[in-house]
Structure formats: C-alpha cells, structure tokens
Design a protein around this ligand. Structure first.
Ligand code: G3I
Length: 383
C-alpha cells in the first residue's frame, strides 16, 4: 500500500498534468502541493489563508499529544490560529473528585496557545456526557445548581480574558426524548434542574468571563433531511427563546461531523442555521469538522481521500458563502488521533481500516482535505 508521503511525491510529479483543466476528474489532485514544505507552511499555511479572509482556523487538541509529540506541536504552531481542547476541559478530565480540579492539561494548552499567538475555545461547561464517576452519587437536585455555578466560576474564572469563546452548553437538544421543545430531558442536568439549567449556565458564564463569546454547540443539524430538520428547528427555537429572555448568548457552534457518503445534501440546512443565527445577531463557528469515510466502498486510499476532500469543499462552499461564520475548527488535526478511530464503534462497515477524516494524515503530511480546506478558505468572502 502506497504511503501518503509516496503518494504526495507522485502527486507532485503529476501536478503539471493536473494543472491542465479537465485532465483529472474532480480536480482534487490538481490541488496537490508544489514540491517542498514551504507550500503548506508560512504563507501556505491554513492560518495564513484564513487570516487573509478574516477567519480563524483551528483544531481540537489531544492533551497527551500536546505534551508528548514535538511533531504535533509543530503542526499546531505552523497551521492554526485557534485551538480547542478535545477532552481536558470536560468534567470527567477536570474533576478527579467533587472538591478538586486538575488544571495541568488545560493550563498547558492555554500557555501553548498564548506562546504562539493563538486563541482558545473552551469546551465545555455543561454536557450530559463525560461526567466523572463520582458525579451520579454526589450531585443531586438539592446541590446541582451550586455544583454547576461553582464549576463555571472556578473554570471560567481561571481562564478569564484568555478564552475566545466557550461552549457553555453542549448538545441539549435530543428529539427522541419526545419533548415539544426538543430538549434532552434525559440529561442529568435536566433531570436535576429542569430546562432552566441552560439559562443558569449562560448567565453564570457571562459573570465568570465577560469577554468570552458564549456559544451553544450541537451536532446532526447540518443535513437536508427531516430528522436533522426537526433538530435544527429545535436548536433555533431554543436560541430565539434565550434571546427573548435576554439570556447572554453570542454564538452558535455547528459541530459539522459530516459523512463522505450521504444521500442528503446540506446546502439548505446549513443556510437555514446560519440565517437563523444571523437574525439573532449571533456569530457562527464550525466547531468540530471532520468527514467520516467508513461507508466509502473503495479501498483505494487516494480515492477515499479525494472523496473526503470533496465533502470539505462542498460543505465549506455553502458555510463560508456569507460573512457569518467566523471560525472553522476540525475535530483533531491528523488521522493519527481521531475519535472516529477509537475502537471500531465508528468503523462498522470497514473495521479493517482506519478512517481518514482530517486534513493531515498519520504522518502529519497534508491530505487532499488540507488543500480542499485551504482552497475553501481562499474562496470565502472576506469577513
Ligand atoms: O484518557 C483515558 C485513558 O486514560 C483510558 O485508558 C481510556 C480507556 O477508556 O479512556 C481515555 O479517555 C477517553 C478520552 O476520550 C481520551 O481518549 C474516554 O474514555 C473517551 O470517552 C473520550 O472520548 C471523547 C468523547 O468526546 C467523550 O468525551 C473523544 O475523545 C472526543 O473526541 C469526543 O468529542 C465529542 C465532543 O466533545 C462533542 N461532540 C462530539 C465529539 C465526538 O464524540
């Protein structure tokens, strides 16, 4: 099997051919880089191309890789102007016990970002997942509000003025729970505090860090189908209700976990979301972009990568059409570390191979998705 680096060397060789329009279908190979790294760092980097359009571009950071992998740190410094912790700001990683916090990893991430002039997104203050083992036996209806408010003041306060935007509440809509408003009533926070937990969190976050852009973040709201349409409507209704009640809210986070093979498009859905956010005066961030390629039939790696790159290009062509989206973050930088390869949960159709959903391959070499992302940034309206 040809490695990415071998394929790149071959791609560079065919660039001359690719530069001849129509010679290669989909033109993806045409974006293969000129030989040599300078094509993808410095002025060729994602951050340089994003900044030229007034955009932020970044990725989720695994704290272990940041600590242990020099190549990963170089990739981050070369490519991005905003970072988000993949896990180390979640309750289960941050709260070893009910009265202690472990800030070592988020401190390192914030320090790394500051040292490289990057912004940081916070993820997340309230989520129904990634709760610590002690949570269920300790947090109850009587003390849940105090736990929530203390957590947001402690964590938000520690990084006050250092965080570009916080995902204050993550994934609070779940249509299958059957509520008319679509709220996820199965969430432990909803169970203990009712629907009011959302406003408590946003009002507390504003006090804890008045400069951070307070974001509501959700997934499966991108595609043009009934299921995601219902969820999209519920998300927009929640945001309208919050604005109506003067709850501090500054942005919508569209996670953007996409699929390389899908019978549905996303041009209408994404437009609806962005227009809905715009009407409410909200900024929009693409917070967790990646392309699940498990359903791609071909085993040919180059073809798989081209299909993934084509989804990046068409999704970003829609999402970056107008000025509303201010930041594009992928959920990880390289296929070396992606949640889609944790076990085989997301590799049902092809458990024999690893997914390739991100702009850089496991060797940190740029994949076609890198060039698709960079070209999409170039085509974006200047914000
Ligand atoms: O670090 C421990 C390790 O010590 C232990 O040996 C191992 C065995 O279970 O678990 C490791 O922790 C795992 C952690 O990822 C770090 O790899 C947790 O079990 C695992 O649950 C956790 O998964 C994360 C998941 O959120 C739940 O927090 C994924 O990495 C992360 O990519 C994923 O990200 C979410 C966003 O926050 C919200 N949107 C969807 C997205 C994908 O699910």
């Amino acid at each position: 099997m040809m490695t990415r680096r071998e394929w790149m060397r071959q791609a560079a060789a065919v660039t001359a051919v690719a530069a001849t329009p129509g010679l290669l279908s989909g033109g993806c190979l045409a974006q293969a880089p000129a030989s040599g790294d300078q094509a993808i760092t410095g002025t060729g980097s994602l951050k340089a191309h994003a900044a030229a359009r007034g955009l932020l571009t970044g990725c989720a950071v695994n704290a272990n890789l940041l600590r242990e992998d020099e190549g990963f740190r170089k990739l981050l410094a070369d490519q991005y102007n905003i970072l988000v912790p993949e896990n180390c700001l979640k309750w289960n990683m941050l709260r070893p016990t009910d009265d202690t916090y472990n800030f070592a990893d988020p401190d390192s991430l914030v320090a790394f970002a500051e040292a490289h002039g990057m912004k940081v997104r916070g993820h997340n203050f309230v989520w129904h997942e990634a709760l610590p083992g002690w949570f269920t036996g300790t947090v109850n209806k009587d003390n849940a509000r105090k736990f929530l408010v203390d957590h947001i003041h402690t964590v938000g306060g520690r990084y006050r003025g250092k965080i570009h935007s916080w995902d204050v509440v993550n994934e609070a809509i779940w249509i299958p729970d059957g509520r008319p408003d679509g709220l996820r009533s199965s969430s432990p926070w909803f169970q203990m505090l009712g629907p009011g937990y959302i406003d408590i969190a946003f009002r507390t976050a504003r006090v804890a860090d008045p400069t951070a852009l307070l974001t509501y973040n959700d997934y499966s709201i991108e595609y043009d189908n009934d299921e995601e349409g219902k969820k999209r409507a519920a998300v927009l209704a929640l945001l309208r209700r919050m604005k109506g009640d003067k709850v501090p809210l500054d942005a919508l986070g569209i996670q953007s976990h996409l699929h390389a093979v899908s019978k549905d498009g996303f041009s209408r859905g994404v437009r609806e979301l962005i227009d809905g956010a715009k009407e409410l005066g909200l900024q929009v961030f693409l917070t967790e972009l990646d392309v699940n390629d498990d359903a791609v039939a071909t085993a040919d790696m180059a073809e798989r990568d081209n299909i993934v790159a084509a989804v990046y290009r068409s999704y970003l062509a829609t999402a970056l059409e107008g000025p509303e989206v201010k930041a594009v973050l992928t959920w990880g930088a390289s296929d070396k570390n992606t949640w889609l390869n944790h076990g085989t949960k997301f590799r049902k159709q092809h458990p024999e191979r690893l997914q390739r959903p991100l702009p850089f391959d496991p060797d940190y070499a740029p994949a076609p998705a890198f060039f698709a992302l960079r070209a999409s940034l170039d085509k974006a309206m200047k914000r």
